[in-house]
Design a protein around this ligand. Structure first.
Ligand code: S5P
Length: 268
């Protein structure tokens, strides 16, 4: 394997002190505390399974990512139960809603509807295709203090239209709106500002793609070579026979790779 050269990196603890945002501070500090940089993608369709999964993997993760609109039996008690588990086991909730409309519409999608996402999701994400209005629509003044946004800078699906020019525009907007934007959905590090977090999907030990153009690489590659901070793992955990044990395995390897990055300047 070839040597990967990079500068010795700051620890999550050091980076916590470089951000003003309470949600980013919280993520950095709970990663250090629980020694995990794993986010589980809870792509399940039944409320009971969602809550069971949260209990099974809650101690191994820093963030629990939902697609609340794929539940077939959603009721508001699901999100209140999930919030309790999050509180008990110490993780944050990220609703992967991928907002992508004009400001006034996303403001309603975020705060109203059956789901009332703003009332329970600490983190949400958005595409910047509509321009900065999408960010402003989500940036609800009264909840700004404990809510945060990730911008989608790159995607894991084969054939996506996110060029490097697009990604650069995303990074510029993130800097402009850094009182609300705490980082990115990315495939590799897109900004060297240490206060920004990089969440990366398309991670699995075994598969290298699915039948619908999702592409995967290993946790080692995602952290050590591509310099992401947090791996997002869905089916790699969900389809295993023991979700808790499997989450532990992802946790161990991705944390080890993070430790390598902060301790050594050159990692082989
Ligand atoms: O580019 C992306 C962005 C996201 S947020 N590619 C992705 O796969 N995702 C999400 O990550 C996707 O919606 C799913 O919830 C998760 C990946 O799941 P897996 O089962 O493929 O690991």
């Amino acid at each position: 394997m070839s040597a990967i050269h990079h500068k010795k990196r700051l620890s999550f603890q050091e980076r916590a002190s470089l951000t003003q945002h309470p949600v980013a501070k919280k993520i950095f500090s709970l990663m250090e505390e629980k020694q995990t940089n794993v986010c589980v993608a809870a792509d399940v369709t039944k409320a009971d399974d969602l809550l069971l999964l949260a209990k099974e993997v809650g101690s191994e993760i820093c963030v629990f990512k939902t697609h609340i609109d794929i539940l077939e039996d959603f009721t508001p008690s699901v999100t209140s139960e999930l919030s309790k588990i999050a509180n008990d086991l110490g993780f944050l909730i990220f609703e992967d809603r991928k907002f992508a409309d004009i400001g006034s519409t996303v403001a309603m999608q975020y705060t109203k509807s059956l789901y009332k996402i703003a009332s329970w999701a600490h983190i949400i994400n958005a595409h910047i295709l509509p321009g900065p209005g999408v960010i402003e629509g989500l940036q609800q003044e009264e909840i700004l203090q404990d809510r945060a946004l990730l911008l989608i800078a790159q995607m894991s699906s084969k054939g996506n239209f996110m060029t490097s020019e697009y990604t650069n525009q995303v990074v510029q907007l993130a800097i402009e709106y850094q009182d609300f934007v705490i980082g990115f959905i990315s495939q590799q590090q897109v900004s060297e500002h240490p206060h920004f977090l990089h969440f990366t999907p398309g991670v699995q030990f075994c598969e290298n793609r699915d039948h619908l153009k999702q592409s995967y690489r290993s946790p080692t590659k995602a952290i050590q070579e591509e310099l992401n901070d947090i791996i997002i793992v869905g089916r790699g955990i969900l389809h295993s026979s023991n979700r808790s044990e499997t989450a532990k395995k992802y946790k161990k390897i991705s944390w080890d790779k993070y430790l390598n990055l902060i301790h050594y300047a050159d990692v082989k």
